[in-house]
Design a protein around this ligand. Sequence first.
Ligand code: URA
Length: 209
Amino acid sequence: MGKVHIFDHPLIQHKLSFIRDRRTGTKEFRELMNEVAMLMAYEITRDLPLEEIVVETPVAPARTRVLSGRKIGLIPILRAGLGMVDGMLKILPTAKVGHMGVYRDPETLQPVEYYVKLPSDIAERELIVLDPMLATGGSASHSIAVLKNRGARSIKLMVLIAAPEGIARLQADHPDVDLYVAAVDERLNEHGYIVPGLGDAGDRLFGTK
Ligand code: URA
């Protein structure tokens, strides 16, 4: 079963509180989401493998370490996942970015795929799927299945807030995918919103509605 890693770093928790606050406007919401994504990027990359190299300092050769292994690919699920990309790229500036257009049908709550554009070498990359909200888990699970069908072999899912229902769905559908999350909330309401959550992440990010 995929593990759930909860990022309880004080800065992440502090910023998440203001992201949740209904009084936080679009500009600040956007800034905070990118700041939290940047801090989460730092945590999610903790286990990246290193290899030893030798560099010449102005004084002497130094045995030192650099990243080895797979390169990173970021896969934001449109549209709210876009809000996490810039923050991630601050820490991982050479990552490639693929886009996954999936929305949730408001009636059936089922994922509908409308746009997929991915780096050509996703099989060789460590992919981090980005979506601020893991609600039913339908969009994330569907997106991960699309990535696997196109050859992806290593996938992590990074979200701000998860509902227990979404976690159960992810673990059932993709036991090989670990979840990285800032908070696990109580439940979903009858409209599929996470309670207490933060409302509609896409609308709050883009100032729509
Ligand atoms: N998507 C959101 O933006 N918010 C929720 O609470 C659930 C899904």
